[in-house]
Ligand binder design. Sequence first.
Ligand code: APR
Length: 312
Amino acid sequence: MARKKIALVGAGNIGGTMALVLAQKQLGDVMLIDIAEGVPQGKALDVMESRLPMNIAAVIAGSNSYDDLAGSDVVIVTAGVPRKPGQTRNDLIGINLPIIKQVGEAIKTKAPNAFVIVVTNPLDAMVYAMQKITGFAKEKVVGMAGVLDSSRLACFVAMELGVSADDVQATVLGGHGPDMVSLYNSVSVGGIPLPQLMDKETFAKISKRTADAGTEIVQLLKTSAFYSPAICSVRMAEAYLLDKKSVLTCAAKLDGEFGVKGGLYCGVPVVMGAGGVEKIIEIEMTEEEKAAFAKSVASVKEQCDFVDTQIK
Ligand code: APR
């Protein structure tokens, strides 16, 4: 059986990291595509030259042409600009929406059967635009944010309790912005419900840090995070390619689920397998969490309304 093909549109910080991780995990051949001349080719060659010590056979290639999307099983999109200190994700919409339009039109014609994962910010609006532009089934177009936000929450809970982060299960819902919602009752530590281990006040501080985690890194790094977004995107590609039926929080299209109408994209728990988003899981929330989720959805709606004015 031929290896799967994974195209990465955007060969910047996240794209380059994903190429390395995908190669290491042997999930398929990787095609890096970027408008910057030499960058995708150079990064691809750099990863290619590490194949002997990595003990892998996958082919990693770079290109400046969207024609090389052809035959892709998965396309992961990071094309666009990242945040600089002082910028919110929403500040990027005017620059990144035309880029998503260009990339989406190329995916539609060159890779009509691909599973598309969008990472470019502002995430919820960009994935909404991508599905609108490609016209692909909603199950085949998702956004990467909830996996990252949940991983950040798990990290901070583990740091607070002094336990291993891989023993922590956590769920963060809503838009990928400052009003994302961390669910207290949905965190477990080695199977133990978090309310037995941590009081609500401490959790409130941790959930605030989670919501601001991207900004914390932008302030330190002067650009946005890339290792963890890359790893979390690969996790989603892996769930699809290996038909894992993984339960992950992703930006998925909502047509009435969680009471959200209008086809908005928002972070919710899904089952991800070979069918893409195979199921949306409508978990129970407290009244307080429901109100916070509604506020987050309202922010996402504002962004999507803007997309609707630009893309018919
Ligand atoms: N087609 C292909 N690639 C493009 C296009 C385009 N139309 N426009 C820009 N790019 C490329 C840039 O040349 C750059 O190499 O996208 C790449 C983006 O890489 P970085 O600037 O390093 O940004 P990165 O940190 O990877 O983040 C990318 O993901 O998490 C989000 O907020 C982040 O929107 C940002 C995106």
